[in-house]
Every structure is written in structure tokens, then in C-alpha cells.
Design a protein around this ligand. Structure first.
Ligand code: ATP
Ligand code: MG
Length: 557
């Protein structure tokens, strides 16, 4: 669906009104402004789809800008991963990626302008005093004793700050706004601090760094952003955003807040995701259990499914929690329509067809997709010895059992009907082999009066290839792992069974020709993808077949 034909939301209504009024000359320039202090997650995908989507809808542009004002937490690895993820999601930014640090010289000048205007001062209160003076939600703050310095004195001190005369944390530059403001963000917020750290973009040029609130609005203004879309937690910062731009009489983008994406059973905070990586609860940022874009990609999510999900959840002004089942539904829907089918036996037991000639082999041609003929067909070899899944046989079947049992007939998907005559067990009493008969008149047809109830998947033992299969499940067992608990935190809710690895699954040989990252429906088992990183036959389970959300959605209609 093109962006223009999608339903609008409260932000498109604002932009439509702006355009009708001729504001910004009808131009729309948005930005996606990540801080490069971690990998992007599914919440960021919502912001990316929104910002780039608005640019497409209005024939405008969207910038990718790194908000890099905390060099000690940032890295080039994160920058590269963010670019890769935005591109993979299918979006292009205008020109080169931008950095707030590109504007450090200009921000320094803007700060000096504020000083000249008598709207900023160098403050020597230490952190504890600063807290004391700030006041509380109920009580106003007190003016800093350094608040009334002259512009000349402030200018000299600010230059000293930039020239390295102070230790980290010794002095700060603060905006001079209103210590009695009911909005704590307006109580003379810090706009520059001393921090002697190397910066990944500007090297050792600076030992002072601007604060986010000062940097962000001015970066927007410098780039000529028209609509600065951010999440609700910035609502209380908007007066400061506006104050800086009004005071400095710059261009004035409009900040618009929307509700962030919260997903149940999921943590979406870079800080917490970093902890999962650092403490090795998962195998890196792109572990397929992570809600990062790189993790979802490795899990087998397609970019399209993530974009569809973001469209469906919509853009609103009030916080809510989205069911992770909706995200899973989006990938099932995409893969159901597009993924080729394949047969892989996860828990193999042997089947011997007693009446099939010993050295005979046949090749069956099996459609890759049940509904899409364009997907073509593949060749599946057949022989006397097969593997089927242990779960598809029951010696004492429950009621309505449709799979294999003694004297019961089942159809092999794409092949013959077989009937089980005898079970071979090991010393422990476990079934290790099934002796069966095949009926040669049943290839692709059901002769009169002959209707086996079940269809099972299988592979020819001689032709099967060994595969390692990672069965992934949700990373958290608790619906709200992130909530505030008295005596627990999100790490206590990690699902100890979020990964089960099968080392010797038996796969049909056509999978040898699959590509890394390619998605499949393993017949009757779920959706899987060939692992992007590892060589060889390694497959990750994307999702099971059971779609709880589809049912909920159908009921609602
Ligand atoms: P986190 O809370 O994970 O650390 P952040 O807000 O600090 O995220 P940024 O790099 O600052 O991460 O985010 C870049 C952009 O993505 C911001 O505009 C932010 O509002 C948006 N964003 C972050 N998390 C979400 C979310 N869960 N839903 C929607 N947008 C989000
Ligand atoms: Mg942030």
C-alpha cells in the first residue's frame, strides 16, 4: 500500500492543516534521531515507519540524525548497525546521515548568544546543591547564587570551560529561565557540561558537550525540520524546546508527541537490552530472541511484516500495550503467503516399508506452495527407509487421532498412503522403528473407498540431510517483565526454555540449495528461516503455526 493511500492519524491531520494554511511552504521534512548507544528495537521501528512514512506521504524527506551528545555511551558499531537496520526496513534517508556533533561549533555559538542575551550563566553548584536548589514537584526551586553574573563574566567562564580549565562536573552552563516554574525542565536546565571524553566523531576537539534538550531543538532548526515527531515523554520538554528556539529566534520546527510502542512479554529499552547482552543472557544484540531489528531479522521476520505491524498498531496520543501476538501474526501472514514449504523431521524415528523394493528410488514432484503456483515445485526423493516424527506415532492413540498407529493408514505428504504393521522398541521400551506397508495405487490419488484421515511429513533416510534447528520461544514468561515490582526485575522473568536446540533434525535435501536468511514453512511444524550468520544447515524457528491473534481478529470483525 502506498503511503498516500493509508489511513491518516492525528499527525497527518496536523500536517494537512499546516499545508492548507501554507505553513512551511507545504514542505514536510522529518527526522529519525536515534542516539547511537545501542541497537534499534521494534519500538524504534514504529518511529522509523512513522517519520519516513510521513516524508513519503507528503513527498517530503526524512533525515537520519544521530543524537550523539553522550560520547561515553556511544560507538561506531552502533552507528553502523542503525544505518543497516533503517535500510533493511526499506527506508532511505536524505543525503549523508547527519550527526548532532556536526553542529557542535554552531551550538557553541548559540550558547554564547544566550549568554550575551543574559539568558545563560555558568553555575558552580555541585550536583548535590543543584538538586537541593531545584525544588520538587510541589515546591519551587531557589535561584543559584551564580545566576546574576554579568554576560562578560559568563562569557569568560564559558570559554574557560571549553578551553579545559575545569574538571569534569566542576561547572556547568545553565539556561536562565525560571526556578519557580511548575515545569521542572524549565528550572534553569543545564545546557553544557564538562566531560573530558573522546568523541567518536569529533575526536578530542571538545571537552564540553551540549545537553540533549539544547542540542535536539537546535539540530532540528539547523536542518529545517518542519515536524519534529517524538514520543510522549518529551511532552514536558516541549516548553524548553520552544523556549530555546524562540529566545534564539531561529527557525521553529513543531514538536509533536505520539505514544511509544509497548509490547507485552517484551522489553524495549536500550539500557535493559544492553544488560541482557552484557550479562550474556542472550548471544548478542542480534540474538533471535531479542526484540531488536537485527534480532527479529535473524529470527526470520521480514521487513514487510514489521512495516505492516507498524501500520496496524497505528499512531495515537495515549499509551497502551500491544499484544506481541500481533507482531507474530504479521510474520505468519507474510510467510504463509510467500514462504516455500519444506519437510523437516525434528524428532526422527525410522520407518521401513517392508513391501518396497530394496534398491528402488523414486522422485516425487511436490509443489512449493499450496496456493501459489508461481512458486513452482521441487523434487523430493523417496525410498524404502524413511524418517517420520516420533510425535506422529502413538501406540495407544487418544480419541480422534489422525496420525500413525498400528493398523492405521496415513498419507505421506506428496507421496503414498502407508499402514503401520509393527513397532520395534529398544531395551528401554522406546519406539525406534515402525514397520509399514505402502500401497502403490495411492500416489497422488485416493482409490475408491480409501480415505486416510491424516497427512504427515517425512524424509527419505538415505537422502536426508542433518540440520540443526533452534526452537525459539518468547524471551520472557511474564506479560509485563518491565513493570515495577517490589522484589523482582525483568531478569527474573527470563524464559529458561526460550531456546531449545535440536542437533540432528532430518531435512529434505532441497534445503541444501536454500539461501541464508530464506524463510520456509516446515510442514506442520512452523515457520523457520535459514540462519543468516552460520554456515551449513542451521535453521531458526521464527514462529509456530498457531496464530492466536488471527482468531481474536476474526472475532472482532
Ligand atoms: P530507549 O528507551 O530504548 O533507550 P530512546 O528513546 O532512548 O530509546 P533514541 O535513540 O533516543 O532511543 O530513540 C530514537 C527515536 O525513537 C526517538 O525519537 C524515540 O522517541 C523513538 N523511540 C524510542 N523508543 C520507542 C518506542 N518504544 N516506540 C516508539 N518510538 C520510540
Ligand atoms: Mg532517547
Amino acid at each position: 500500500m502506498s503511503e498516500t493511500s493509508k489511513p491518516g492519524n492525528f499527525i497527518t491531520q496536523i500536517i494537512d492543516k499546516d499545508n492548507e494554511a501554507g505553513k512551511n511552504g507545504g514542505k514536510v521534512l522529518t527526522r529519525f534521531p536515534p542516539e547511537p548507544n545501542g541497537y534499534l528495537h521494534i519500538g524504534h521501528a514504529k518511529s522509523i515507519c512513522l517519520n519516513f512514512g510521513l516524508a513519503q506521504r507528503y513527498n517530503g524527506q526524512c533525515n537520519l540524525r544521530f543524537d550523539d551528545t553522550n560520547p561515553e555511551k556511544e560507538s561506531v558499531e552502533y552507528i553502523e548497525s542503525i544505518k543497516r537496520d533503517v535500510e533493511w526496513l526499506g527506508f532511505e534517508w536524505k543525503e549523508e546521515a547527519k550527526f548532532a556533533s556536526d553542529y557542535f561549533d554552531r551550538l557553541f555559538d548559540f550558547a554564547k548568544q544566550l549568554i550575551q542575551l543574559g539568558k545563560a550563566y555558568v553555575c558552580e553548584l555541585n550536583a548535590e546543591q543543584m538538586r537541593e536548589y531545584r525544588g520538587t514537584l510541589k515546591e519551587p526551586g531557589k535561584n543559584s547564587p551564580y545566576r546574576d553574573r554579568s554576560a562578560e563574566e559568563n562569557m569568560a567562564l564559558f570559554n574557560d570551560m571549553a578551553n579545559g580549565k575545569y574538571k569534569d562536573g566542576e561547572v556547568v552552563l545553565r539556561a536562565k529561565i525560571d526556578m519557580a516554574s511548575p515545569n521542572i525542565n524549565m528550572r534553569d536546565p543545564i545546557i553544557y557540561r564538562v566531560r573530558r571524553v573522546h568523541h567518536h566523531q569529533t575526536g578530542d576537539k571538545w571537552c564540553i558537550y551540549p545537553m540533549y534538550d539544547f542540542t535536539h531543538c537546535l539540530s532540528d532548526a539547523i536542518e529545517g525540520i518542519t515536524h519534529s515527531v517524538c514520543t510522549l515523554e518529551f511532552q514536558d520538554h516541549r516548553p524548553l524546546y520552544d523556549w530555546v528556539l524562540d529566545t534564539l529566534k531561529t527557525a521553529h520546527p513543531q514538536q509533536i508527541e505520539f505514544a511509544r510502542l509497548n509490547l507485552n512479554y517484551t522489553v524495549t529499552s536500550k539500557r535493559k537490552l544492553k544488560l541482557l547482552v552484557d550479562e550474556k543472557h542472550v548471544h548478542g544484540w542480534d540474538d533471535p530472541r531479542m526484540p531488536t531489528i537485527s534480532g527479529l531479522r535473524r529470527r526470520g521476520y521480514t521487513a514487510k511484516s514489521i512495516r505492516n505491524f507498524c501500520d496496524r498498531i497505528g499512531v495515537t496520543k495515549s499509551d497502551s500495550v500491544v499484544d506481541v501476538g500481533m507482531l507474530e501474526h504479521a510474520i505468519r501472514e507474510d510467510l504463509d503467503a510467500t514462504a516455500n514449504r519444506a519437510m523437516v523431521v525434528l524428532n526422527p524415528i525410522k520407518v521401513t516399508l517392508t513391501n518396497y523394493p530394496k534398491d528402488k528410488e523414486e522422485i516425487f514432484t511436490v509443489n512449493n506452495h499450496p496456493k501459489n503456483e508461481d512458486a513452482g515445485a521441487r523434487e523430493v526423493p523417496f525410498s524404502k527407509h524413511l524418517f517420520v516424527d516420533a510425535a506422529d506415532f502413538a501406540e495407544e492413540p487418544p480419541k480422534k487421532w489422525k496420525r500413525m498407529t498400528i493398523d492405521g493408514a496415513v498419507r505421506l505428504r506428496g507421496g503414498y498412503v502407508i499402514t503401520c504393521d509393527e513397532v520395534i522398541k529398544n531395551e528401554a521400551g522406546e519406539v525406534v522403528e515402525l514397520l509399514c506397508r505402502y500401497d502403490e495405487n495411492t500416489l497422488g490419488v485416493n482409490p475408491e473407498g480409501y480415505k486416510p484421515k491424516g497427512v504427515i511429513h517425512w524424509v527419505s533416510a538415505k537422502h536426508a540431510v542433518d540440520a540443526r534447528v533452534n526452537l525459539y520461544d518468547r524471551l520472557f514468561v511474564n506479560e509485563a517483565p518491565d513493570a515495577n515490582y517490589e522484589d523482582k526485575n525483568f531478569l527474573d522473568f527470563i524464559n529458561s526454555e526460550s531456546l531449545a536446540t535440536i542437533t540432528a533434525a532430518k531435512a529434505e535435501p532441497s534445503l541444501l540449495k536454500s539461501n541464508k536468511g530464506q524463510g520456509f514453512q516446515f510442514e506442520r511444524e512452523g515457520y523457520f528461516c535459514r540462519d543468516l550468520k552460520e554456515d551449513g544447515m542451521v535453521f531458526n524457528r521464527t514462529v509456530t503455526l498457531r496464530d492466536s491473534w488471527a482468531k481474536i481478529e476474526a472475532k472482532g470483525k
